[in-house]
Design a protein around this ligand. Structure first.
Ligand code: GLU
Length: 309
């Protein structure tokens, strides 16, 4: 059985919203600190075109780490599996997303997976193009295609705010450069990465993108195969093993769907073969996941048996 109406969904949003008080908005990127912690919204996009939604659905969020799964799909298509996985691994870390610890203890200094910052920076480094603008536009075009929304753009304020304060990511880049995992100028890479993370949309668009992953890379509404099914499969596997930071194991047990979250409070879910989910709830738990968003998914998963396991 599936959740059929926006009213049904509204009931779950009201229940989960009580938990927003347990979290805090991220403020290490100063612009993100301006978000309203009480907000919560969700959209569910079905393959037959129906979309149900509830909460503050027009509020836009920046993708932040959710962009990592999309840039991974993009470079897998651009470069091929072999090239990509020679430079970034496939294993969860159990560490926070911005940790430098394992980079130092692993040899070679190849990031363990593309969902942690070190790995995502290597993935962004692999986006082809002559200039930052060119590389960014290629990625943005891909994202607009996934969401079927040509109006999607990035938020300049958030990008700038992160660029000006991203010293930890700079440190990761310099470390990776020292070990020849990346070869370009660090500021150039950070310019591209912070723009990528600042790509902005509402939960309706996010659910539409989740749907493409859920349907193995094919847009069920246009019939277009936007990414090869193998690419979608790899992305969903990473979402399960490391999509929810170092809470991915608990999330798999309690909720059991491929999902990726970001420090803006977004969560993209892809219920295999069934539907896409987009959530926005900027109050985060101590791991960096939307506290009310997780509650909401927990309620939905229990009520509608969404776990894939
Ligand atoms: N742009 C953020 C960073 O690199 C993304 C982090 C996240 O959403 O987990 O710190």
């Amino acid at each position: 059985m599936l959740c059929q109406t926006s009213d049904e969904l509204q009931h779950f949003v009201e229940e989960a919203k009580k938990h927003t008080k347990e979290g805090k908005v991220a403020n290490y990127i100063p612009e993100l600190g301006k978000a309203n912690p009480d907000q919560l919204s969700i959209a569910i996009h079905y393959p037959d075109g129906r979309c149900i939604s509830a909460g503050d659905i027009q509020t836009k969020m920046t993708l932040q780490s959710i962009s990592k799964v999309i840039s991974l799909a993009f470079v897998l298509m651009d470069r091929g599996f072999r090239y990509v996985f020679e430079r970034v691994g496939m294993e969860p870390t159990g560490d926070p997303f911005n940790s430098i610890a394992k980079l130092e203890t692993m040899a070679p200094a190849k990031p363990l997976n593309p969902m942690i910052n070190a790995g995502a920076l290597v993935v962004t480094h692999m986006i082809k193009g002559d200039t930052v603008q060119d590389r960014f536009n290629r990625l943005l075009r891909f994202i607009r295609g996934l969401a079927d929304d040509p109006s999607i753009d990035y938020c300049e304020r958030v990008a700038r705010s992160e660029f000006e304060t991203a010293d930890l990511n700079r440190a990761l880049c310099y470390f990776l450069k020292q070990h020849h995992i990346i070869t370009e100028d660090v500021e150039t890479l950070l310019d591209l990465y912070t723009k990528q993370c600042a790509i902005e949309m509402n939960c309706l668009d996010l659910a539409r993108i989740g749907l493409i992953f859920a349907m193995d890379g094919k847009d069920p509404l246009t019939g277009k195969q936007i990414m090869p099914d193998d690419v979608a499969r790899i992305c969903k596997t990473f979402m399960v093993t490391c999509g929810m930071y170092n809470a991915s194991g608990e999330f798999a047990i309690k909720i059991g769907i491929p999902a990726k979250s970001g420090v803006s409070g977004g969560i993209m879910g892809a219920v295999p073969g069934r539907f896409g989910i987009g959530i926005y709830g900027p109050a985060l738990d101590d791991k960096g996941n939307s506290v009310a968003g997780i509650k909401l998914l927990e309620l939905l998963s229990k009520n509608y048996q969404l776990s894939m396991f």
